[in-house]
Design a protein around this ligand. Sequence first.
Ligand code: PLP
Length: 373
Amino acid sequence: MSSVDAKLSPARDGGKPSIIERYRRYLPVTEKTCIISLQEGDTPLIRARNLERYLGSLKGTLSSPEVYLKYEGANPTGSFKDRGMTMAITKAVEEGTTGVICASTGNTSASAAAYAARASIPCFVVIPQGKIAMGKLAQAVMHGARVIAVRGNFDQALTIVREAAERLGLTLVNSLNPYRIDGQMSVAWEVVDALGAAPEFHFLPVGNAGNITAHWRGYNAYRSAGKIQARPRLMGFQAAGSAPIVLGHRVEDPQTIATAIRIGNPASWQSAVAARDESGGIIDKVTDDQIVEAYRLIASLEGVFAEPASAASVAGLIQTWLCGEPKLEGRIVCTLTGHGLKDPERAIASAVVPTEVDADFAAVAREIENRER
Ligand SMILES: *Cc1c(COP(=O)(O)O)cnc(C)c1O
């Protein structure tokens, strides 16, 4: 960032520049815009050499593509939703909103609640009862959002908040809000800025499909700006029990342990299909077993803890690698959309629980010797 840009940023209260400051020339803001930020973005892009070796071993070969993990769990509220929310809340405040509302599988509400708190505006969140991870609910509550749990699923919650926004004069901050997609484009820009070019393939989970839409628009914006020529093939993955785009029809009662992508009627369905087709990519499904396997692999092989929905990207990578079609080569990025600590119950349920022993050296030493080292 140039020093000129720095002088133009009204809301830079120290620390690293927000994505709106860094990428303002691609975003619908002016110099007068007061930026509501928690210093989101600039997340790690981690070369996954152990995962590469693992992929090779699956086929008994040493060669595998270069794999990078874009770790969105490192955002302020622990998911990529912050990239879109800084834009949505910034614009809502600029337009004089009286309050914001969203439906959420968890991370949207956590992010909306945090940014609304920072902007000192009311935030209402409507969640599917019993279907969101505890960590996410804890966040929304702590940030002072008014949380309403409906006896229904995400798709029903979204229908309700669309009507509520319209009739009660609140700003909708689901990804139907175009500013959300605008902000989320920044993930593609960061990947290109780090790699010096677009990757050959970009894998990511697909739920309401705003993020795959944003990834594609981000790469397109950089191409229009002359920053890249080639764009990646986008490889989107839904959970098998919640795979409307793959099936080509709505799923009335979507099921998956990956609650963040438990969506039966994606709001950005058409633009996701366009992103798939224009990029020459695919949107396919992976089972919950594959998701849990990938979830554990990323954590144990690379030291990167992402939530189950995020692991759908790596599960999709493994599946595509094994099936050999399309042929994976060059550089591959997997977006890991959210932090593993969001859903600790799932982690405990899918890992070996600690052994309990007496509080003396001999008992602990015996346990250490019993374990393979
Ligand atoms: C929101 C979310 C998704 C799905 O993103 P969409 O834009 O709805 O497709 C995936 N993973 C996590 C962790 C999320 O919070």
